[in-house]
Design a protein around this ligand. Structure first.
Ligand SMILES: [Zn+2]
Length: 323
């Protein structure tokens, strides 16, 4: 179990031991905390046969070696069902099928468990079907839902679940865990990933953090090397988040140009760059930021009209260079 989930997993397995866990559990928290792993662990705890034998010594923790635990470990337990909204939406047929199998008697004689990962990615019909299931839970079954966007779930679904908010770990804990995984990184990278250790690991491993340093450096040097304009433009359009990096860098530069040198920077590990950009003066930086916000707004898919993002960003960059 990830160190930042230990406390939640102790408390939840204790509830299982005391048979106080409701028939529906909702695990909430930012993505990349390991909610799916925790759900899997709790499913194992619920299905473990060991506690039934020595119930007075049970603390709800799965024994790991009984038949049920072994089947859960390799995902072949016939009373454990998974649905995931990770790569595609969860449809109504999947929910109906799940409700039906949960209504059948358990193959291994214990309870039944269903895990719905990224449950917020359900169609409306699926959500309504699930609501019925939660109102009348079939047999001895437990549903474990996970979500990073609880607000996207029907309020009536949320209210029928026992809700657990999994906290983001302290940066020091996250960084020491990352170091143990061989991931050398900074608080800035962690902050850019909402403090999530798993998301930060993937972000660093994919070379995205390296790309941030490279792209922002290239942008900062643009005034001296205007020939790299096309490459900077292309780089900034690669991903929505690249414009966010630019925004944070310019905000840091503005802060420094206003003489607020003691306040922490959002991109602390790009201080040399924001320092350099701060030389352009607060008026110009403020203006560039206002136009950048406007640009970000128009590039949002919800703005309703098709936009030529390359053209718009090109304009922005040319104005940046013109002053
Ligand atoms: Zn067991």
């Amino acid at each position: 179990m990830y160190p930042w989930l230990e406390s939640a997993s102790h408390q939840l397995t204790a509830l299982i031991a005391e048979q106080q866990l409701g028939h529906a559990l909702l695990l909430k928290g930012v993505s990349g905390l390991g909610k799916g792993e925790l759900a899997h662990y709790l499913a194992k705890a619920l299905l473990c046969q060991h506690e039934k034998v020595v119930s007075n010594t049970s603390n709800g923790v799965p024994c790991g070696h009984c038949h049920a635990c072994q089947l859960v470990a390799v995902n072949t337990h016939s009373d454990l069902h998974f649905l995931s909204g990770k790569s595609s939406r969860i449809g109504v047929d999947a929910i109906r099928h799940l409700t039906q199998v949960l209504g059948e008697s358990a193959r291994l004689g214990g309870g039944k468990v269903a895990v719905l990962e990224q449950a917020d990615n359900m169609t409306e019909a699926a959500a309504n079907a699930l609501l019925k299931t939660l109102e009348e839970p079939p047999g001895q079954s437990t549903l474990i839902l996970t979500t990073a966007h609880a607000e996207r779930l029907l309020a009536t679904i949320r209210s029928r679940c026992q809700q657990w908010l999994l906290p983001v770990p302290e940066p020091s804990l996250a960084l020491s865990w990352l170091a143990d995984q061989g991931v050398d990184t900074t608080v800035t990278a962690l902050n850019l990933n909402q403090g999530s250790p798993l998301a930060t690991r993937d972000y660093v491993m994919a070379g995205t953090d390296k790309r941030r340093h490279q792209l922002l450096k290239q942008f900062t040097q643009l005034l001296q090397q205007p020939t790299t304009l096309a490459s900077v433009q292309e780089g900034l359009l690669e991903n929505k988040v690249h414009l966010l990096w630019l925004q944070l860098l310019l905000q840091d530069a503005l802060q420094l140009s206003l003489g607020l040198t003691q306040a922490p920077l959002q991109l602390a590990d790009n201080r040399a760059l924001s320092q350099q950009l701060s030389q352009r003066g607060s008026a110009l930086l403020q203006q560039a930021l206002t136009r950048l916000f406007e640009l970000q707004r128009t590039l949002q898919p919800s703005s309703g009209r098709p936009v030529n993002s390359a053209l718009q960003l090109g304009d922005w960059l040319n104005q940046w260079l013109a002053h």
